[in-house]
Write a protein that binds this ligand. Structure first.
Ligand code: URA
Length: 181
């Protein structure tokens, strides 16, 4: 719930646990309902998110918002967060030490929200939440679990912007989530 999320944000503080802190404008913590039934987990903030301090507000974020609306929901109905909370330089992938430093906070956030389903967006979120290294093309659309919570891995909206022919697969994954709920 909201109290839990506030405590975790306070523990995060002015975080300097990994090297990403030096390049950030804002920590991008998470947004949405503290009691959401669905939690979306992305990779890490991009330039727009770093400037605004909110996850998924750039081009990929606009597509994620469309995907949420296509599910009959609003951003306010779900919880949205990332594996790492500070922007990696030049939007590079988060490095293992950065994921190790930040993922305890992600895990606590997910436990505080207590969603019925977790949707991971892209390879890094799937690999972090599911603790596997299976390629995302094989992982997507297949149910996993974290802490007893069902996890549906799907493609990252940035990937879908680069290859819109894959959108139909992401939509199948989101329909499976709706069917589960
Ligand atoms: N991509 C992500 O993985 N997360 C964001 O918050 C924005 C873009």
């Amino acid at each position: 719930g909201a109290r839990g999320l506030t405590v975790i944000r306070e523990d995060l503080g002015d975080c300097k646990r990994c090297k990403l802190h030096s390049g950030r404008t804002n920590i991008v913590y998470g947004v949405g309902s503290p009691t959401a039934e669905i939690c979306f987990v992305g990779e890490g903030p991009g330039a727009d998110e770093d400037l605004q301090g909110e996850p998924f507000v750039g081009r990929a974020g606009q597509l994620l918002t469309q995907m949420i609306k296509a599910m009959g929901l609003e951003r306010e109905d779900v919880y949205i967060c990332n594996v790492v909370k500070c922007r990696p330089p030049n939007n590079r992938d988060p490095e293992p030490d950065e994921v190790t430093a930040c993922s305890p906070f992600l895990i606590r956030q997910v436990r505080a929200v207590g969603p019925k389903v977790i949707v991971t967006l892209g390879k890094h979120a799937a690999h972090t939440v599911l603790n596997v290294k299976t390629p995302i093309t094989r992982l997507r659309g297949t149910w996993g679990a974290f802490d007893g919570i069902p996890v549906m891995p799907t493609f990252h909206p940035s990937f879908l912007l680069r290859d819109p022919t894959q959108k139909k697969f992401a939509w199948e994954d989101l329909k499976a989530v709706l069917h589960h709920l």
